[in-house]
Write a protein that binds this ligand. Structure first.
Ligand code: CP
Length: 313
């Protein structure tokens, strides 16, 4: 149990442990002196095969605030460009004795594969359409801090659920914590078996947002769509884009969330993205805290004394 590969397999206790630890890390990030020596002497390598702003920056800052040595592997300038495989790249880095590899990759299961090969911890920073566990944890922390709890909260996850690892990890986590999860999308943007995952399905924003405590918008991932179904932006925004009018269906104090990057005017209007109910910037802040909590839990449990029960493969 050295790795964080997904939310699947984590218990309510594991998630609560990580969120409590992340709450403490928020305070560290708000201090003037942000650097601690918790992970001093340990080495973290960020290996991002897909583009990222939030996840890569927050993993880097999280490691630095814990006192680790952090290296960002520049995949675009690496021997990956000469055809070196993921595994060969990872084994090369593994020979330099890192303590944790943070991986983002376009293939589902890439982090799990790596975890079988390398000697260090592996953290999944997003693998294809599979999971993005630290995103779900930071979303949960944002909701818990605003609403005081996760159980029985109604969360409407809206938009391109089909291509979304964020949606998948969130559905798993919110169910584990006793929240009520809805998905709101056209049937063409829903994966098969979504109801069995524990989400109530809606095709209308008005119905799906009714009495929701949280409205979580997803990016329309047009780069993952092939010719058969690429919706027109105008039509998509008309039916599924969140604007002030559609938001009225949710509770008056509903949170507006988006994992980023946002397509303004596609899945979300600026009036709500920048409006009083938006917690999108808080999500980013919680991202650093959650990643600090995850790395501290994984790395200290290996290097010092008894393991926490927090994180599983
Ligand atoms: N939410 C998220 O994963 O954003 P990035 O792709 O910018 O890391």
């Amino acid at each position: 149990h050295r790795h964080l590969l997904g939310i699947k397999g984590l218990t309510e206790h594991d998630i609560t442990y990580l969120l409590d630890k992340a709450d403490e890390a928020v305070q560290i990030s708000r201090q003037r002196e942000k650097k601690t020596s918790t992970l001093r002497g340990l080495t973290q390598i960020n290996l991002f095969f897909e583009a990222s702003t939030r996840t890569q920056a927050s993993f880097e800052l999280a490691g630095k605030r814990l006192g680790a040595d952090v290296m960002n592997m520049s995949v675009g300038n690496s021997s990956v460009k000469k055809g070196e495989t993921l595994i060969d790249t990872a084994m090369t880095l593994n020979a330099m004795h890192p303590d944790v590899l943070v991986l983002r990759h376009s293939s589902a299961g890439a982090a799990a594969l790596l975890a079988q090969k390398v000697a260090c911890s592996v953290v999944n920073a997003g693998d294809g359409q599979h999971e993005h566990p630290t995103q779900a944890l930071l979303d949960a922390l944002t909701i818990r801090r605003a609403k005081g709890k996760l159980s029985r909260i109604i969360v409407a996850i809206c938009g391109d659920v089909l291509h979304s690892r964020v949606a998948r990890s969130n559905i798993l986590l919110l169910n584990a914590m006793g929240a009520r999860v809805r998905v709101v999308a056209p049937s063409t943007l829903l994966p098969s078996g979504i109801a069995q995952m524990g989400a109530e399905v809606f095709h209308s924003m008005e119905e799906g947002l009714k009495d929701a405590d949280v409205v979580m918008m997803l990016r329309l991932q047009r780069e993952r769509m092939s010719g058969s179904f690429v919706p027109s932006v105008r039509e998509y925004f008309h039916f599924y884009g969140l604007d002030a009018e559609k938001l009225k269906a949710a509770k008056e104090d509903a949170l507006v969330m988006h994992p980023g990057p946002m397509n303004r005017g596609v899945e979300i209007a600026s009036e709500v993205a920048d409006g009083p109910q938006s917690v999108i910037e808080q999500q980013v802040e919680m991202g650093v805290a959650v990643r600090m909590a995850v790395m501290e839990t994984l790395l200290l449990s290996q290097n010092q004394g008894p393991r926490s029960e927090g994180v599983h493969a």
